[in-house]
Design a protein around this ligand. Structure first.
Ligand SMILES: Cc1cc2nc3c(=O)[nH]c(=O)nc-3n(C[C@H](O)[C@H](O)[C@H](O)COP(=O)(O)O)c2cc1C
Length: 501
């Protein structure tokens, strides 16, 4: 209310006045007719200061709207950053991304009918044609040489089935429970930022479609939280929330409390990105767009606000004390910081190897979180981080108790990265995962104006693939998917032999 009153009091200002604040140190921009002083926010902008700085003293509405929901600016910036309304027609626009816009408009005219999409790859092809170069680079890209990005798919091909025959396979049910909540499929929609490249209010669309198909959506930190909750399509539809824990605990706590009050059912704390991975496709687009990409620490500069390079196990303890929501660590992989701190806490001697991810899985379990996501952030964080399915194999070999069906009401192991087929999902389930997370395909499914219908179509395609493959492998329930149905020996030859628990 206070903020609203402040807005109403503000004056209308001529664009010529706005144009004077045209440097990164003194940076005003206009978004949807409102003038904002973003000088202090530039360093915190997850996409880097240059992206906003380019619009200093100008109307940034077009570029802003391509990426963000209308309400995000007001929920992100403090009311004191608001300067007033701009006199209509008095502010200069910057010719934003003309190539992007042209490409997008052309694609809009030619996109194929939704019913012609018969698998994930079809959606990806359409998305590539439809998205702006900026959007495509952001969605599809991985870190540096994209080794991790490509490797996840290679590993799936190295794992085969040992199907059982002459088992009645009707009816088949792929339903599971995720964090205690029923899901009609053994998957959830992973959090992905900047859904707006694909579709307006993308996060709300995902929430709505997820409800209608009986699956769970984990919304990203950067979504318009209230709108996403309002978009739920089913009474008591569970939604999860992914948190990037900022350096400022006050802000992190406010966010956690807000999501708790809105009714989020689990908190996925992302631990694999203390800094932004170096995604060169994004950088090349920025350079082509005339934005200077700092050579002296892109990762650091890009993560000043949202991410926290100092995130440690102590923070996790603090989060635990701050909320009653179940906690899931997203992105369990090598983490000496977590390990060292844990050792200090427990007064144990440092006898374990720090180089393998099964160690962190064990630590997470021992410390009482409710779940972990084996993830390398879709190949977008540390290039060369091993495929998450390999981490699952490590756990199978060295800490199988973490995958036991009997502990799933208190601890679950999820895995994400590169799941594109029902058969990929079945392999992970048979090896002991409780469910898988899927990111990019759901972004692609909203493009070409498909929106909610596209997301639902994709979920239905996954349903058909999963059910068909379950029948063919000889399982009518997810519980019947067991390790004996899998030949993972070729992949296991790549599991590290340096694990010491
Ligand atoms: C475009 C994009 C944005 C993402 N944004 C986030 C994010 O905001 N928070 C997060 O924890 N993970 C984020 N991720 C990682 C996903 O949650 C997930 O780990 C990954 O996409 C899974 O791989 P997949 O896309 O191959 O399914 C993002 C991934 C992509 C592709």
């Amino acid at each position: 209310m206070d903020a609203q009153r402040t807005f109403l009091k503000m004056a209308v200002m001529d664009g010529a006045e706005v144009a004077k604040h045209n440097t990164e140190k003194d940076c005003w921009v206009v978004i949807n007719g409102k003038i904002w002083d973003v000088s202090d926010f530039l360093a915190e902008h997850p996409g880097g200061a240059g992206v906003i700085g380019k619009y200093a003293g100008r109307d940034a509405t077009e570029a802003y709207s391509e990426v963000h929901d209308p309400e995000l600016v007001e929920s992100t910036l403090s009311p004191s950053s608001y300067i007033g309304q701009v006199l209509p027609g008095s502010i200069g626009k910057l010719g934003h991304d003309a190539t992007n816009a042209a490409t997008k408009n052309l694609a809009k005219l030619t996109h194929p009918p939704l019913h012609s999409m018969i698998n994930v790859a079809d959606f990806e092809v359409v998305a590539k044609g439809y998205l702006s170069p900026t959007g495509w680079a952001y969605y599809a890209g991985g870190a540096e040489d994209e080794v991790s990005l490509m490797d996840t798919r290679r590993l799936f091909r190295m794992i085969t089935f040992r199907p059982r025959v002459l088992r009645p396979v009707e009816p088949v049910s792929p339903a599971v429970k995720i964090m205690g909540y029923p899901s009609s499929l053994p998957l959830y929609i992973s959090p992905t930022g900047l859904g707006r490249y694909a579709y307006p209010n993308a996060e709300s669309v995902l929430a709505c479609a997820a409800g209608k198909e009986g699956v769970i959506y984990c919304m990203p930190t950067t979504s318009a939280h209230e709108s996403v909750f309002a978009a739920r399509s089913v009474a008591n539809q569970p939604l999860f929330f992914q948190l990037y824990t900022t350096r400022e605990r006050v802000k992190a706590k406010a966010m956690i409390k807000k999501l708790e009050a809105l009714g989020a059912k689990a908190l996925f704390v992302t631990v694999d990105s203390p800094v932004l991975g170096r995604r060169e496709a994004d950088e090349r687009i920025k350079v082509a767009d005339g934005i200077e990409v700092s050579s002296g620490g892109v990762a650091k500069a890009g993560s000043m606000g949202l991410l926290n390079p100092m995130l440690s196990w102590e923070d996790l303890k603090w989060i635990r004390a701050t909320t009653s929501m179940p906690l899931v660590l997203k992105g369990v992989q090598r983490s000496p910081v977590l390990f060292t701190f844990y050792v200090q806490l427990e007064r144990r001697s440092l006898t374990r190897s720090l180089s393998q991810t099964v160690e962190d899985a064990v630590l997470a379990y021992d410390l009482g979180v409710q779940g972990i996501v084996l993830s390398n952030h879709g190949g977008r964080s540390l290039d060369g981080a091993q495929a998450p399915i390999l981490t699952l194999l490590e756990i199978r070999n060295h800490a199988p108790h973490l995958l036991s069906p009997t502990i799933r009401d208190k601890f679950q192991v999820f895995v994400d990265g590169g799941f594109r087929r029902g058969t990929d999902i079945l392999k992970a389930l048979a090896l002991g995962a409780s469910a898988v997370g899927i990111g990019r395909p759901f972004l692609y499914s909203m493009t070409a104006e498909y929106g909610e219908a596209g997301v639902r179509r994709l979920l239905q395609l996954f349903r058909v693939e999963i059910e068909t493959s379950m029948a063919l492998v000889g399982a009518t329930t997810v519980e019947q998917l067991v390790p004996e149905m899998i030949n993972s020996e070729r992949a296991e030859s790549e599991v590290s032999r340096r694990i010491k628990l």
